[in-house]
Design a protein around this ligand. Structure first.
Ligand code: GUN
Length: 283
């Protein structure tokens, strides 16, 4: 078998077109134009590249943007103060603080400082709690929401599927497990202390790997025909790779390329969440 491609780039393009249309309709009816404020601390090259892509995507769909850059030695207080100012700024719909931040930044304090209505990542406990409980109004984090959207638009059935998530980060693993559960999958969460990872992954109809470890998922660990989502961004000899070893494409039924799978979907959902943040703020 050669897996069919879960083409994140193509689906992201569709979502950008949909949001672009929604922004145009809103503004032409006299509604406010959304604005995304991004905050980047330090100059990690990958993070700089991600922020520039996010800024570009916002502009392309008619969303305004502000690009806040702080030096690598910035204090937590300075980031919290900036976030406070953006919360109070009536022109800003949505705030994103790029992660990872340098080690002296206490991200818990930064996330708690966000106005939950402007928390476009869905990282604030109010949003995480609403999503975990399945209550309406919570912001779904961009990467997990992008994974669900990618599966849906390929027509992959989530309800009743055995879904295995490898990784339990607050950024990806945990919220992805919750969103799959909300869609009535039978969800298993594996992590670095899981005994015999392969016994779990071999049972997966949907396998989401967000472990951050290259070659972790070998082809013998994948069920024939499974839908495999490779979330991680690992760097191997200067090249971006995910968690999958060689030959997984021969076993899987559906597979995300990496790069070009989940990354573009994360940015598409960020843009969608920015639009929705403005609609929530000013219906
Ligand atoms: N770093 C990698 N992915 C993300 C994301 O979705 N949001 C933020 N804020 N930082 C990230």
């Amino acid at each position: 078998m050669t897996a069919r491609v879960l083409d994140g780039k193509a689906v992201a393009r569709q979502i950008f077109a949909e949001v672009s249309q929604a922004v145009a309709v809103r503004v032409s009816a006299g509604g406010s134009r959304p604005k995304l404020a991004t905050v980047l601390v330090g100059d990690d090259p990958a993070s700089v590249q991600y922020i520039e892509l996010k800024q570009k995507n916002a502009r392309q769909v008619g969303i305004e943007s502000e690009d806040h850059r702080l030096p690598a030695n910035t204090t937590t207080e300075a980031v919290v103060n900036l976030v406070g100012g953006l919360n109070a700024d009536e022109s800003v719909s949505a705030i994103l603080v790029q992660q990872p931040a340098p080690p002296q930044i206490d991200m818990t304090r930064v996330v708690l400082a966000l106005d939950p209505v402007k928390d476009v990542d869905g990282f604030h406990p109010v949003n995480a709690g609403l999503v975990a409980l399945g209550f309406p109004g919570g912001v779904e984090p961009c990467t997990p929401a992008g994974i669900i959207e990618l599966l849906d638009r390929a027509g992959i059935r989530i309800e009743g599927a055995n879904a295995v998530v490898v990784g339990r980060s607050n950024l990806v693993g945990k919220p992805t497990a919750l969103l799959l559960l909300k869609r009535n999958a039978t969800v298993t969460v594996c992590h670095s202390r899981t005994k015999d990872l392969a016994t779990h992954t071999r049972n997966a109809d949907i396998l989401v790997s967000a472990a951050g470890k290259s070659n972790l998922i070998t082809s013998d660990m994948v069920k024939a025909g499974a839908s495999v989502v490779d979330v991680s961004t690992n760097w191997l000899d200067g090249r971006q790779v995910g968690d999958l070893g060689p030959g997984v494409d021969e076993v899987a039924g559906w597979l995300t390329p990496n790069p070009g799978g989940v990354g573009p979907m994360t940015r598409a959902m960020l843009i969608k969440n920015t639009f929705e943040a403005e609609v929530r703020r000013r219906p």
